[in-house]
Every structure is written in C-alpha cells, then in structure tokens.
Design a protein around this ligand. Structure first.
Ligand code: CU
Length: 62
C-alpha cells in the first residue's frame, strides 16, 4: 500500500515513520521517497490501521 505524507520533510521524519511502521508490524517492508513524500509499505496489517499509526506518530497520510 502507498501513502502520501505531506508532513514528511527530512531524514528524521523518514526514520520516525519507518520505526512506527516496523513497530506495528516487525515484518513490514518500508520504502520512502522523500522528494515525492511517498511511503510504500508491505505489511499484513490493514491500511486503516497503518494510517492510524502514522497519524498517531504525527504523520497523517493525505
Ligand atoms: Cu523531518
């Protein structure tokens, strides 16, 4: 699944987002494209749960 996260602006954000997602699912594969603010996640978790975890971390998906 893919999310656009406007609040993501630097390497720290990328790290925080990656950490959030791997906390939700330790088997998650996260790939981030900072210039386009896109996060691609491979996870067994449902999208709404992933989106909720991102929002909770301060990075709501657009
Ligand atoms: Cu940042």
């Amino acid at each position: 699944m893919e999310f656009t996260i406007p609040a993501m602006s630097c390497g720290h954000c990328v790290k925080a987002i990656t950490q959030t997602l791997t906390q939700l699912d330790s088997a998650a594969t996260v790939s981030v494209d900072l210039p386009t603010k896109k996060v691609t996640v491979q996870t067994s978790q449902p999208p709404e749960k992933v989106a909720a975890a991102l929002a909770e971390a301060g990075y709501p998906a657009a």
